[in-house]
Design a protein around this ligand. Structure first.
Ligand code: SF4
Length: 313
């Protein structure tokens, strides 16, 4: 759902198996969630089973390439589990599902589901507290947590399945940063807005939509850049080979830009302005003294606009 809400082209490429949505940080997440799921299975019906102890021991035996991150992430999980009294815990690593559309002759039912890391009862009877562990580098703000599709969709699912719930406090426990990002979702204000959003995503899914919605933030983390004709500029090169990209960046930073500028100044002094597709390097007009610079049509337009504004005053 989240992938489709972000960019249908990307979601479809992942669904078709053309690209794989896996990176080192999600490997850490997968490993952590596997340990949690195993622990919960063993804890079921066994009052003496210490799940926190189990998580700590198993994290140490995690896949060696991601073990330090798993230990770190699950260490905090153990802390949060100890802090949350057992009576308040409603679900750990539990899949919540709802039938959004009944099946027809042409297709089966559309079921929306999401796995939630920890759901606990809040202080009030109609309040829930959700904690989701994030092991990646992204440091979310509260505003980002509030508008994230994952937050909204998870809360909508809970509100749909548990009609008494009016308020949900949602925490992203950001294990690399040591501070959470927080969102507050209220049935009264948010439920139907989110339902509209979900409905649109379901329609995109049912209509097999493959539209691309490029955006620098999305494309620079997208696994489909190699096959996407809509990928935005820098994202393809960056995603193709991040190390090579870094070296190019370092080379530019360490003086190539200065050298390029010097070379172009020498060239312009001899041959005049260099220009291509509305971008040019040369003498700044109408300056009396020689002032080199890089200019674009955009600069000219904003200059015209400023002049216009001044004339209109
Ligand atoms: S590269 Fe950008 S536009 Fe293309 S699928 Fe990925 S996010 Fe969408």
């Amino acid at each position: 759902m989240e992938q489709r809400a972000t960019c249908p082209f990307r979601a479809q490429a992942i669904d078709d198996g053309v690209v794989k949505d896996v990176n080192r940080h999600s490997d850490c997440g997968i490993e952590g969630h596997r340990i949690l799921a195993d622990g919960l299975e063993q804890a079921e019906g066994n009052m003496d089973f210490d799940i926190v102890e189990y998580i700590r021991d198993e994290a140490r035996k995690a896949r060696p390439d991601v073990q330090p991150q798993v230990v770190e992430a699950l260490g905090r999980l153990g802390y949060d589990l100890r802090r949350t009294s057992a009576q308040r815990i409603i679900g750990i690593e539990k899949q919540y599902s709802t039938v959004f559309l009944k099946g027809t002759h042409e297709r089966g039912p559309v079921v929306c589901s999401q796995c939630l890391d920890l759901v606990a009862a809040g202080r009030e009877r109609d309040t829930l507290v959700v904690t989701d562990w994030k092991t990646g580098w992204k440091d979310m703000t509260n505003a980002q947590a509030q508008s994230a599709f994952q937050t909204r969709f998870g809360c909508w699912l809970l509100m749909r399945e548990i009609p008494e719930v009016q308020t949900i406090h949602w925490f992203y426990a950001q294990t690399r940063h040591g501070h959470p990002a927080y969102a507050l979702i209220k049935r009264e204000d948010d439920f139907f807005n989110i339902e509209g959003q979900v409905q649109t995503v379901v329609q995109l899914f049912l209509s097999d939509c493959r539209d691309a919605w490029p955006d620098p933030d999305k494309c620079c983390t997208c696994p489909a850049t190699a096959i996407c004709p809509h990928v935005i500029g820098e994202a393809k090169e960056l995603m193709d080979d991040p190390q090579k990209y870094l070296l190019q960046y370092a080379a530019l930073k360490e003086g190539r830009l200065d050298k390029m500028e010097k070379a172009m100044k020498a060239y312009v002094a001899e041959h005049g302005t260099i220009e291509v597709d509305g971008t040019w390097f040369g003498y700044k007009q109408p300056a009396r003294r020689v002032a080199y610079g890089l200019h674009t049509d955009k600069d000219d337009k904003s200059l015209d606009q400023k002049k216009g504004n001044r004339a209109g005053r």
